[in-house]
Design a protein around this ligand. Structure first.
Ligand code: KG4
Ligand code: ZN
Length: 335
């Protein structure tokens, strides 16, 4: 009888400590400890994040194993996020994974966080057919990727300045919203109409730019609040709807261009911003209108989670892609 492949995966690249267990490609548990402490600073404070990971990692791993009903002695490998991310945060997960693999005498598997966001689409049906395009949009990244095989991905375009999630968060901060502002803008946008026109950047190829939009919104708000100090409060829902609509149109226009130029009509979105209701609706509508097969991850697999790390590790295990004990985290990590 073949031995089961049971992997414990750890994600600690930013401000969520997460652990998941996967058996033969099926997720058994996915536990996440968030870090509310960053809200009062209006962004993730790296040193506070690494300390919180240090405090959370043992209880989160313990819970993930208990929920899965798996004993450490049953594990066949330990997987971890090697990067990209905050170095101090990554170090906690990498060191923990190394120590656990060493003590159990089982192999280690390193995972690229962005690749994992893409492969979150293979956790549950419907799964995209290969090759497919994936718009990966998070707080740190905005890319269009062509996925030829599970571990064979090519970047067609990326942002030349801010990431889409960063644009949501920075513009939200200008308007006095809490952190992260992405989900708040999304919720407020439902109550408003996109009546304000913000500029669309002119960027070559499949690349993106969001810093111009941020400046555009800032100047507009400075001008309007001079005339009416209450302008933001009185127009918050319409402002949110207008900003979201512009960010979504920037993303969708480039995605449409990528579909036209590659001829690939299997189209997915992934990463924290793929939780955005405007983007989800726009992708669905394009699918209906343009004959694409579209794939939107379940909410719990959009933002950072260890289930996606576990899924990627499963594919790597099948290809015998293991990592040595001399591995180090990488703040920047291309594939
Ligand atoms: O993937 P993720 O959890 O962490 C990174 O790897 O960055 O993404 C976090 C980002 C934040 O910028 C957050 O504002 C954004 O995803 N985000 C959203 C929504 N939910 C999360 N942005 C817009 N609408 C949402 N519903
Ligand atoms: Zn992420």
């Amino acid at each position: 009888m073949n031995k089961d492949i049971i992997i414990l995966a750890i994600e600690s690249s930013c401000d969520d400590t997460s652990a998941a267990v996967i058996r033969n490609g099926e997720i058994l548990s996915n536990c996440i400890a968030g870090q509310k402490v960053h809200e009062e600073y209006g962004g993730v404070v790296p040193e506070i994040a690494s300390r919180a990971h240090q405090a959370n990692i043992v209880p989160v791993v313990d819970l993930a194993l208990k929920k899965a009903g798996i004993k450490p002695s049953e594990l066949t490998a330990i997987a971890f996020t090697r990067g990209p991310g905050l170095l101090g945060s990554l170090l906690v997960g990498v060191s923990f994974a190394k120590a656990m693999a060493l003590s159990l005498n089982i192999p280690l598997i390193e995972v690229n966080h962005i690749q994992a966001h893409v492969l979150s689409h293979f956790i549950e049906a419907p799964r995209p057919a290969l090759p497919f395009l994936c718009l990966t949009v998070s707080g740190g990244h905005t890319q269009i990727l062509l996925i030829r095989d599970y571990l064979d991905m090519q970047e067609l375009g990326t942002t030349i300045d801010d990431a889409a999630g960063e644009a949501f968060d920075k513009i939200g901060k200008i308007m006095g919203l809490g952190y992260p502002a992405g989900p708040i803008i999304d919720k407020m946008a439902l109550e408003g109409k996109a009546i304000f026109e913000f500029s669309e950047p002119q960027v070559q190829g499949f690349d993106f730019s969001f810093s111009g939009l941020k400046t555009n919104v800032l100047r507009f708000l400075q001008k309007e609040t001079k005339l009416n100090p209450n302008f933001i409060n009185e127009n918050l829902a319409n402002l949110c709807a207008s900003i979201q609509s512009r960010i979504v149109s920037i993303l969708m226009n480039k995605l449409q261009k990528a579909v036209l130029e590659t001829g690939v009509k299997e189209v997915a979105i992934a990463g924290g911003v793929s939780a955005n209701s405007g983007l989800r609706k726009a992708l669905e509508n394009s699918g209906i209108k343009l004959g694409w097969n579209t794939y939107i991850p379940a909410f719990q697999y959009c933002t950072d989670n260890a289930a996606m790390i576990a899924m990627t590790a499963h594919f790597k295990y099948l290809k015998n892609e293991f990592t040595g004990q001399d591995t180090v985290p990488l703040a920047r990590y291309d594939f």
